[in-house]
Design a binder for this molecule. Structure first.
Ligand code: ATP
Ligand code: MG
Length: 437
């Protein structure tokens, strides 16, 4: 117990920087988003997977990649004080899903299509669309090598965004080919960058041999034109890779998804191959990437599993919801159907029994809650009923209860109409309280 003295106040506590509370009415938008996701995932036959938020640090060092921003500087890594284990709050969930798939041999009887939603943690500079705890929706198709699944996943994200009513999102694609093609490109890339060594910034110089592809990703304006001229991976792709990429493009065309190729869209890790893609909006400033994904055929082996082709994406939920708001889609606060006004404590048991039946019939009811001194005057209860937005007041007064009825009063249509309904048979009149669908 914290002792409070009469003079000193107990110090207030605040949420950790970059980690947000999601409060009503915003949380309604979140719930609505989650429902749309569940619908779309079911329609595409993707099943939910839930893995722990904390994993061994080694999972991300290997699975996300030692040379990535995430592992280099964004991870909440810590030592478990009790047993010294090196643990990390997940910065992304693809490694966790693949770890679970290997651990439970999920693909033993064929491919699996999975999705998850949940919090991720990255120690970044908080700003709009960039937080330290943020939520990702992810979809992963494990055990499928064909380009049709790459297309299916892009279609899935596209379908979800259009169902949500998000507009103006463009799809950018690229292909990373296979390891030998990337190796040839990498050699050419290093040679090119060495030729322009004087233009490389400190980050780029450091990455030159560790991860030259990442240099293409630079946000340094001074390097843009040099990077634009760098050798493109697409020019190093062989027939098989080109065919894979073409099929993805054709399938997207057939399904009416517009895309463009961005040769600079890369993932600097060796376990990526073939298709990579992003969904981007111009309406959110610098944090415009809503969804990013690609094929990661090598990841299972990196994590100690059998070779298993796989492809997936991750979508930033805050960014999608922010975009919906920017584009004028707000979620009206939902009001209860009815507000229960109860004049005396003696009426509580009967009133609450009646409310339970109404709720089981699908009526949403907010019950008046009093203070330690009692339920308060009818007048003050009516004020609360009004403020609740409910369409009806249910009045459980002493006369009503004696008569075996409840008075139902209309609060919103201006009529003030009231009628009496049988207390014992709420199922018979419950439907009349529900808002039209
Ligand atoms: P960025 O370039 O914006 O940092 P990223 O390449 O690090 O993105 P991914 O690891 O591909 O992002 O994650 C997938 C999606 O998750 C991103 O497209 C974005 O929508 C979202 N996301 C990533 N980091 C954050 C964050 N710190 N806060 C909010 N959303 C994020
Ligand atoms: Mg990032």
């Amino acid at each position: 117990m914290v002792e409070k003295s009469a003079t000193s106040r107990v110090e207030k506590l605040f949420a950790v920087k970059g980690m947000n509370d999601i409060l009503p009415p915003d949380s309604l938008l979140w719930e609505w988003f989650e429902e749309q996701v569940r619908d779309q995932m079911a329609l595409h036959a993707y099943r939910n997977i839930r893995t722990p938020i904390v994993e061994q640090t080694a999972l991300f060092v290997r699975g996300t990649g030692e040379t990535t921003d995430i592992v280099e500087k964004e991870m909440y890594a810590f030592e478990d004080k009790l047993n010294g284990e090196a643990l990390t709050l997940r910065p992304e969930n693809t490694p966790g899903v693949v770890r679970a798939a290997i651990e439970h041999n999920l693909t033993y009887d064929g491919g699996k299509r999975l999705y998850y939603m949940g919090p991720m943690f990255r120690h970044e500079r908080p700003q709009r669309g960039r937080y330290r705890q943020f939520y990702q929706l992810g979809a992963e198709a494990l055990g499928f090598a064909g380009p049709e699944v790459d297309a299916e996943l892009i279609l899935l994200a596209h379908q979800l965004l259009s169902k949500l009513g998000v507009g103006g999102v463009r799809v950018e694609l690229n292909s990373l080919g296979v390891a030998s093609e990337r190796q040839a490109h990498r050699t050419a890339l290093i040679a090119y960058f060495q030729k322009h060594a004087e233009m490389l910034d400190a980050d780029a110089t450091r990455r030159l041999h560790a991860n030259p592809l990442r240099i293409l990703d630079t946000k340094n304006p001074a390097m843009q034109s040099m990077v634009q001229q760098a050798p493109q991976l697409l020019d190093f792709l062989g027939d098989i890779s080109l065919k894979h990429f073409d099929t993805v493009k054709q399938l997207l065309n057939a399904c009416g998804v517009r895309w463009s190729v961005n040769p600079r869209l890369v993932r600097g890790l060796d376990y990526y191959s073939h298709t990579v893609f992003e969904f981007i909006t111009d309406d959110l400033g610098a944090q415009g990437t809503l969804c990013g994904g690609g094929r990661y055929d090598g990841l299972f082996e990196v994590l100690g599993g059998r070779p298993t082709p796989a492809v997936g994406w991750g979508m930033g939920i805050e960014r999608v919801l922010e975009l919906l708001k920017v584009q004028g889609r707000s979620c009206a606060a939902t009001s209860p159907d009815a507000y229960a006004i109860i004049s005396e404590n003696a009426g509580l048991p009967i009133a609450m029994q009646c409310l339970q039946v109404l709720r089981s019939e699908g009526v949403s009811v907010q019950m008046h809650a009093g203070t330690a001194d009692g339920l308060g005057s009818i007048k003050s209860q009516f004020k609360r009923a009004d403020a609740s937005g409910a369409r009806f007041a249910l009045i459980f007064g002493p006369d009503e209860i004696a008569e075996g009825v409840v008075t139902v009063k209309s609060l919103r249509d201006g009529s003030g109409a009231q009628l009496k309904q049988a207390l014992n048979h709420p199922t018979e009149w419950a439907k009349s309280l529900q808002s039209p669908a």
